[in-house]
Design a protein around this ligand. Structure first.
Ligand code: B12
Length: 401
């Protein structure tokens, strides 16, 4: 499309971004943010560009799952003294480049698309005016559901899980459309499926997958918004505090466990899964070799395989707990989570605090399967994911904010 993209990789400080921008005489700086944390860094970077009086030199395009158009085009635009725009995908990025370059070259009529404002103005006052104590109690979630008996207490490590065990859990829709950007059933049939088969064969013959799981079952109780994990002899081992919805059902993850006052204990599953580090090394190799299509395909496949492994393991946990009886027949039903219980990953809307990942890591010690939790609360290798597995029949995804 007539542009050079200089990709300088992940987690670059602004100084490195500017060095590369100056060296390559960049017209525009782009940043991408997958986790919410990166949205904060982007804001800091824009503030620093202001301070260095470079805002006029560098229009900025921002994208990635963690961002919203309003955050960029309203909140960040208010801060940044240069131009900043949001790109939903690479194509919008391209249209923005055309507009930015048109303006820069003085093409008659060239202008940037108008900024999109929030439809509802952000309020400076809290949405909820608290006049009575907020603790109006827990939600209406049942407390008399049966508590299953786990096959063991404590943790177990399982390594070398063969691809054929979890391959059917690969969400092809998410892979073809979300990761590979394929549109339409014909392209998926003629292009996507054969390439997927090719990749799966190659992963197998080259031994690129090292699927492993560490999981455990822990006795627990709830107290208010807290889930308390119990040690031997019933003492408190660790505690998660989850946000509670301020409206509607007032759900909170803690409600899916027996309250301490009941005198009963409940059971919670925890898991960390990974497809290993070899596949990440291979994607890095493809990237370095400028084999972008293959890089993109393999990276997309590798992350969806991590997700597949997590979902497969969740199904095994349901079987272990004896609650798999209501599992749907079809994989589509599985992807729609039409089974009993729910797998919640920290950082998602019911349990947004990534810091809590440290508690899972403490309990499960994922180093035993080669997975480390970084200071930014990210698991390495990248193709890894953790979860709290809840058996309660009413457990399903919700947004706590
Ligand atoms: C696939 C996925 C995963 C995969 C792989 C992640 C990865 N590294 O790629 C796996 C299963 C491993 C995973 C794990 C986790 N994930 Co996840 N994941 C996703 C998911 C469903 C899709 C992301 C994706 O790959 N999209 C496809 C790519 C191609 O799209 P994209 O990144 O958005 O980029 C496109 C556009 O945004 C745009 N774009 C992006 N950047 C830029 C920049 C410029 C300049 C331009 C022009 C355009 C542009 O162009 C791209 C192409 O169209 C998102 C939700 C979502 N729907 O986006 C959550 C999401 C990113 N994950 C999330 C979370 C919380 C996690 C975990 C922390 C969960 C956990 N506790 O285990 C872990 C973290 C992993 C770790 N190692 O620690 C949250 C992050 C929010 C947060 N709290 O920070 C999200 C947003 C889900 C959510 N709604 O809460 N995840």
């Amino acid at each position: 499309n007539g542009y050079n993209v200089v990709n300088i990789g992940i987690k670059q400080p602004l100084s490195a971004i500017l060095e590369a921008a100056q060296e390559h005489k960049a017209d525009v700086i782009g940043m991408s943010g997958l986790l919410v944390k990166s949205t904060v860094i982007m804001k800091e970077n824009l503030e620093e560009l202001n301070q260095r009086k470079l805002a006029a030199d560098y229009p900025v395009i921002l994208g990635g799952a963690a961002l919203t158009r309003a955050y960029v085009e309203q909140d960040l635009h208010e801060i940044y003294e240069g131009e900043v725009r949001y790109a939903r995908d690479a194509f919008e990025g391209l249209r923005l480049m055309d507009a930015l370059m048109g303006v820069k070259r003085g093409v008659p009529g060239a202008e940037l698309p108008p900024l999109k404002q929030r439809r509802v103005a952000r309020r400076d006052v809290p949405l909820l005016q608290v006049t009575e104590p907020l603790d109006a109690g827990r939600s209406d979630v049942a407390v008399d559901n049966p508590v299953p008996t786990p096959p063991f207490l404590g943790t177990r490590v399982v390594k070398g899980i063969p691809l054929k065990e979890y391959a059917s859990w690969l969400d092809e829709n998410a892979l073809f459309k979300g990761q590979w950007g394929l549109k339409g059933a014909d392209t998926i049939a003629s292009d996507g499926r054969p390439r997927l088969r090719g990749w799966l064969d190659r992963l197998h013959t080259d031994g690129l997958l090292e699927a492993a799981v560490v999981h455990g079952y822990f006795p627990c109780v709830s107290k208010g918004d807290d889930l308390i994990i119990l040690g031997e002899n019933g003492s408190e081992r660790t505690r998660f505090t989850f946000p509670r919805q301020q409206r509607g059902r007032r759900l909170c993850l803690a409600d899916f466990f027996r309250p301490e006052e009941s005198g009963e204990t409940d059971i919670v599953g925890l898991q960390v899964v990974t497809v290993g580090s070899r596949i990440g090394e291979e994607t890095a190799r493809l990237f370095a070799a400028d084999a972008y299509r293959e890089y993109m395909e393999l990276h997309g496949l590798s992350v969806q395989l991590a997700e597949a492994l997590a979902e497969y393991w969740h199904a095994r946990v349901r079987a272990d707990l004896g609650i798999a009886g209501s599992d749907p027949q079809s994989m589509d039903g599985m992807f729609r989570t039409e089974y009993q219980g729910c797998r919640y990953s920290l950082g998602y809307p019911a349990c947004p605090d990534l810091e809590d990942r440290a508690k899972i890591a403490d309990l499960l010690q994922p180093e035993r399967i080669g997975v480390q939790l970084s200071e930014e609360f990210q698991l390495h290798p990248e193709q890894s994911t953790d979860a709290i597995v809840i058996h309660h029949p009413e457990a399903s995804y919700f947004n706590a904010r």
